[in-house]
Ligand binder design. Structure first.
Ligand code: BEZ
Length: 386
């Protein structure tokens, strides 16, 4: 009897220690983002947005301090598995936050699934992550590549265009955004007559621009982002194409880039789940607080980082900071209505935002709201089985 008592007391003590280990000390957040290369600015904005939300909560989420670990993924898929394992195995983080590049994010999702690490994606739109690879431990605070592409296709059709060409980098994000555009455009009676690609992150656009000039489509749809978007929009204008063939894109073509693009970007129409001048108390307060903290204006990447922290906060609050209650954390992240600077949005069962897509116009240094292009757009999430 005595032995039994001692045994159960030891067991109880052990359980208590185990539970305590999940609520004591800081939550370790592993930021895997690009801090160098063509997407470097995007990575920095995401980190700043994430940290801003945490600071606004007094440095804690769900009552727990947040401790950061960082890896520069260089937007390099071939290094992605090694890089993510630095965070999972070496630093033993509780939560992964990353990344920008779809190819790198696919490797992160695989590692997160294998190790059952919580993963919040603050940008990369790879469809497979909230499609065949979906899982309860993975959510996205951003978009699927298909979403803004589809919205732009719908708008291009409504604007009466019939023959379009597309141009993008040859990797998952490029292919998927073009697929979305093509689908939306075809619905309105349009036809994509040619898809042009170049390897990521090349910016030698000249030969492809010459081909566009020769084909004379009604419209061009382009996906580039960061440094590549700056160069493409400038080259398009320098070739004189902006005078004869309207250029469209998902909002990444002009987000966070308008100052560097100068006059060449003015008037460009894009679709995205954010517009700088959304005149809501939530967006105005966010932009003010971001500008105060970082001495620069927020963009869509900052919003996605901020909302990644909001999602983690919702999960941790529901579990009172106890990460061992994994089901409570992941269910709460899917149940929450995120009060985002972009407008309120929900998370689909597959883990992707269901959100309005806005048509925006580049004016000065802002992507200004013009209209809602598609309301409450959900990704088709093909192949997701939880
Ligand atoms: C992507 O690789 O998914 C991506 C990168 C930059 C902007 C948007 C999407």
């Amino acid at each position: 009897m005595n032995t039994l008592k001692t045994l159960s007391a030891t067991l109880l003590l052990g359980l208590a220690a185990g539970a305590q280990a999940q609520t004591a000390g800081p939550i370790k957040v592993g930021l895997m983002l690009p801090y160098t290369g063509t997407y470097a600015a995007l990575g920095n904005m995401i980190e700043n947005g994430f940290k801003l939300y945490v600071q606004e909560q007094g440095g804690k989420l769900g009552g727990r301090e947040i401790q950061y670990f960082k890896v520069d993924d260089e937007s390099e898929p071939s290094k992605a598995t090694d890089n993510v394992n630095k965070l999972i195995k070496r630093d033993q983080v509780d939560v992964l936050v990353g990344t920008v590049h779809s190819g790198v994010a696919l490797a992160m999702a695989k590692a997160a699934k294998e190790s059952n690490t919580l993963l919040i994606i603050p940008n990369a739109g790879a469809g497979a992550i909230t499609g065949p690879m979906c899982g309860p431990n993975i959510v996205r605070s951003s978009f699927s590549n298909w979403q803004p592409g589809y919205a732009m296709g719908v708008v291009a059709g409504q604007r009466g265009h019939k023959r379009a060409m597309t141009i993008t980098w040859n990797y998952a994000a490029g292919a998927e955004t073009v697929k979305g555009f093509t689908e939306g455009f075809q619905k309105g009676g349009g036809k994509v007559v040619k898809d042009l690609t170049l390897p990521f992150p090349n910016v030698e656009f000249q030969a492809l621009l010459t081909e566009i000039a020769a084909q004379k489509p009604d419209a061009v749809y382009a996906f580039f982002a960061g440094g590549g978007a700056v160069k493409f929009v400038k080259d398009y204008a320098a070739a004189g194409l902006n005078k004869s063939i309207p250029l469209y894109g998902p909002g990444f073509l002009t987000d966070g880039t308008l100052e560097a693009q100068g006059p060449s970007a003015q008037g460009l129409l894009t679709t995205l789940h954010y517009a700088d001048n959304l005149d809501t108390p939530r967006n105005n307060a966010f932009r003010k607080s971001f500008a105060l903290a970082y001495k620069t204006n927020a963009d869509v990447y900052a919003v996605q980082g901020y909302d990644a922290a909001q999602l983690l906060g919702a999960g941790l609050a529901a579990a009172k900071g106890d990460l061992s209650k994994r089901d409570v954390v992941t269910a709460a992240m899917r149940k929450t209505v995120v009060d985002s600077p972009r407008g309120k949005f929900t998370i689909s069962p597959a883990g992707n935002p269901v959100q309005d897509m806005y048509l925006r116009e580049a004016k000065g240094v802002n992507n200004e709201f013009k209209s809602v292009a598609v309301k409450a757009l959900a990704d088709p999430a093909q192949g997701c089985k939880m």
